[in-house]
Write a protein that binds this ligand. Structure first.
Ligand SMILES: Cc1ncc(COP(=O)(O)O)c(C=O)c1O
Length: 290
């Protein structure tokens, strides 16, 4: 995926190729840093309030100040989109605790946060993903105990994702104490007898913004949803399994550890929710992002 040319760094729009930060930035030294990824559909940043609510929450949890208001974040998203030609893309926004002259685990007061953002073109998903679904593998969730904080300390996620890539699968679905948590970079929905199930939000998983869109669309369609712990056995016996995440919306998983999920093809509820997602994006096109 190719980044687009214009980035934002600490108040300036500049060529991404010219963006520079200090090697003493705590984001670089400690991954002392949080981030958001949000899609832009038809030039309109999607779920701005929800993404920047979550960013503010992540910053609060790491005891860092929130450097911008929602209106200022929205303005950066709109401007970065405009300067990169609009259309469908996604934005990456990162806030680090900032740089200091030294390397101290316990940070000093008064640091100036580093704010960085760039855009990437959002190519339409390969037709095969929607027609045939994607493959996933499972692995033990070996991440830390505060996965609700969207931190750039992603080494465990990176290593877990690579396991699926190594075997030609799309995602690694994570299990802990015999239960589903989430994917290495996705929320997982399990469909059982017509009900959309997802593990409840808590410290164990990231509160996904796409998950909330799925819940909204399901309620519009009259499909029941439930936040409930999901055992490994229920995951493996599911009628459908979906991945939800900002850059792709909803995707059907049709193979799990080499075995077919349900009928082994994208299911009827997936088709309905996926179509409703597209309709929703069309419905809000051109409305104010915030
Ligand atoms: C670990 C993890 N869980 C879930 C998600 C899905 O969150 P969202 O729908 O807000 O993109 C992501 C997104 O990157 C993620 O990294």
């Amino acid at each position: 995926m190719m980044p687009l040319p214009i980035a934002y760094l600490n108040g300036d729009y500049l060529p991404l190729a010219d963006a520079r930060i200090s090697p003493l930035d705590r984001g670089f030294l400690f991954a002392d840093s949080v981030y958001e990824v949000l899609p832009v559909y038809r030039g309109r940043p999607f779920r701005v309030k929800e993404h920047f609510d979550r960013l503010a929450r992540s910053l609060g949890e790491i005891r860092a100040p929130v450097p911008k208001s929602h209106a200022e974040w929205a303005e950066i998203c709109v401007e970065l989109t405009r300067r990169n030609g609009g259309g469908d893309l996604y934005l990456y926004v990162q806030v680090t605790r900032g740089a200091e002259f030294g390397r101290n685990h316990a940070w000093p007061d008064g640091l100036v946060p580093t704010v960085f953002a760039f855009a990437t073109a959002l190519e339409p998903p390969p037709a095969a993903w929607l027609e045939r679904g994607v493959a996933a593998v499972t692995a033990a969730d070996l991440r830390w105990a505060r996965r609700d904080i969207k931190t750039t300390a992603l080494l465990a996620n990176v290593l877990l994702k690579k396991r699926s890539a190594d075997v030609g699968a799309f995602e690694t679905i994570l299990l802990e104490h015999g239960h589903l948590t989430e994917g290495s970079s996705t929320t997982v929905h399990v469909i059982e007898r017509g009900v959309i199930l997802t593990p409840p939000n808590g410290h164990e998983i990231l509160p996904g913004t796409t998950r909330d869109v799925v819940m909204l669309l399901a309620s519009r369609l009259g499909i029941p949803t439930e936040a409930a712990p999901i055992s490994e056995a229920r995951l493996r016996a599911a009628d459908e399994v979906w991945l939800a995440f900002s850059t792709r919306g909803v995707l059907p998983v049709t193979t799990l550890d080499g075995a077919a999920v349900g009928a082994g093809r994208p299911g009827p509820l997936f088709r309905r929710v996926h179509a409703a997602f597209d309709d929703y994006v069309r419905e809000i096109a051109g409305t104010p992002p915030l």
